[in-house]
Design a protein around this ligand. Sequence first.
Ligand code: B1M
Length: 207
Amino acid sequence: MVDLQALAEALIRGDRNTVVKLTERALSEGLAPAEVLNRGLIAGMDIVGRRFKANEIYVPEVLIAARAMKGAMEVLEPRLKAAGVQPVATVVLGTVKGDLHDIGKNLVSMMLTGGGLKVVDVGIDVAPEKFVDACKIHKAQLCAMSALLTTTMPQMAAVVQAVKDAGMSVRTMIGGAPVTQTYADEIGAAGYAPDAASAVDLAKSLL
Ligand code: B1M
């Protein structure tokens, strides 16, 4: 019988082959896909997030763990759909208009996915109306924005306003190197997270 703790540990090591193999074996042994996801993969990703937050590991280790998670998700996704397992919530995520930085955003995307959320990644240089349209189309609960330039931060305020103008109940969250909690309060965003691991905690707390 596959030990889900061993699956979590392989994920933390970023050992993609073992993660995929153990996921396949757990399913073939009859474990529920949601159990493999929650007790194996998400549990492992949770530890990756905590270590990253504590500066015990860095961006490359997180990317390698995320790659392993992605491999396992390819195996799991069809089974989760067949079992009717719904993601916790849908998040529309993008880098705001005028801003082309996406390394941090991609990390946030991977961590949110690892946290059990469905991420609709709308990319970089995203205009406020595109965020709003994506939230409508995908019936998102959260609209998450990244900005790396002080000059593009005001675009976050424009998105918050556009979401309000559209009369949507979508909650907005922001992050990126120059962004602060004070700025989030100033523009009326529902939340701010300083790093990708905190973004998962924040997203869940906003739901
Ligand atoms: Co740019 N750049 N860049 N750049 N670049 C910075 C950001 C800069 C600080 C460098 C510097 O001058 N010291 C500076 C900004 C100054 C400022 O405004 N304060 C800068 C500049 C000026 C520019 C250009 C204007 C340069 C030029 O052309 N003259 C230009 C702008 C282009 C544009 O966007 N329109 C530019 C271009 C580029 C490259 C294309 C070359 C490249 C981007 C490649 C890419 O992303 N695909 C690039 C890079 C790589 C950087 C640095 C070196 C690294 C950024 C990065 O990826 N960090 C950066 C300097 C630095 O930070 N040391 C710099 C790693 C990443 C994991 O961290 O993105 O902060 P970060 O994400 C973190 C958190 O912030 C948080 O979680 C992540 C993980 O913990 N987070 C969120 C991010 N988004 C979040 C969202 C959340 C929650 C948390 O909720 C939704």
